[in-house]
Write a protein of this length. Structure first.
Length: 292
């Protein structure tokens, strides 16, 4: 089976600049023109995306199957889902990328919303459907705020993203998702991620996780590679690096205390690991937040 192509940024890029580690928005036509109107199938291991088709149409390719999406519409693509786009020169719209980890922290008490947005949905503007109209209005407000330079922009975007997700959720619970064929591996992968969250200990080995899932470590490796493009060890490390970033925003905690909180007994090792993954030491990461 052909392996998925993974990117950490918008198609063709392995980085992405987020506002408040939450959101990035780019015009669809810029990305389309840059790649001659064809975005070949790829996936993102940590982005939830919303595509808004304002004019024209496009072909959405998911797991080898295609569907025509006409304006005015919007559709959602969860992380780890292979998707491609074939556009025309008159296709205009927006690509909204949301950092998955930030969404989980925003919605951590709302597991129903998290589970529901982890599906593919396509919604077309319907003048008589208030839920769809409300969602589209909020999406457009989010885009307008993103490209503004108004005071309090970051806080406004955080509020608007939360409202946008809530309004999408209300649509999703009353409509059908686009079903995929790779649900078995995705199910194991979700259980693996859930175990990491529950145990929250860096000391647990990949072999231990595999045993708890009642599969071999080799099987777990194949699942993680297929779903996320990462090894199980890298999935675990990325989880704890993301957790560390959250703790580092709490300036009352020392770096050593954060290391122990993550069950990493050697703060020096934690610092080396963090720098290897982010390019910054924990202290340098904090400095970027405005605190040394």
């Amino acid at each position: 089976m052909r392996s998925k192509l993974f990117f950490k940024g918008i198609y063709g890029d392995n980085s992405i600049d987020m506002v408040r580690d939450i959101i990035h928005i780019t015009p669809m036509e810029i990305t389309g023109k840059r790649h001659e109107w064809y975005i070949k199938p790829h996936a993102h291991s940590d982005l939830f995306q919303i595509f808004v088709v304002e004019s024209g149409s496009l072909e959405l390719i998911i797991n080898g199957e295609s569907q025509i999406v006409e304006s005015v519409s919007f559709f959602s693509i969860p992380k780890n889902i292979s998707h491609g786009l074939r556009m025309n020169a008159d296709t205009k719209g927006w690509v909204i990328s949301l950092y998955d980890k930030s969404l989980e922290n925003m919605l951590k008490l709302d597991t129903d919303i998290i589970n529901k947005i982890d599906e593919i949905h396509i919604s077309k503007l319907d003048e008589e459907d208030k839920l769809i109209n409300d969602a589209l209005i909020t999406i457009r407000k989010c885009i307008e705020e993103y490209y503004s330079e108004l005071p309090g922009k970051q806080h406004a975007l955080q509020y608007l993203v939360g409202m946008m997700l809530l309004r999408l959720y209300r649509i999703f619970v009353t409509s059908s998702a686009v079903h995929l064929s790779d649900n078995k591996n995705k199910m194991y992968y979700r259980r693996f991620i859930q175990l990491i969250k529950e145990q929250k200990s860096f000391k647990i080995s990949v072999e231990d996780y595999a045993a708890r899932l009642a599969i071999s470590s080799g099987h777990l490796n194949r699942i993680c590679k297929d779903v996320s493009g990462l090894s199980p060890k890298d999935v675990v490390i990325n989880f704890f690096i993301d957790e560390a970033k959250i703790y580092l925003r709490n300036f009352d905690m020392s770096i050593a205390e954060i290391s122990y909180e993550l069950d990493i007994e050697d703060p020096a090792y934690f610092t080396r690991l963090f720098k290897k993954k982010t390019g910054l030491t924990p202290k340098e990461f904090r400095s970027q937040l405005g605190r040394k």
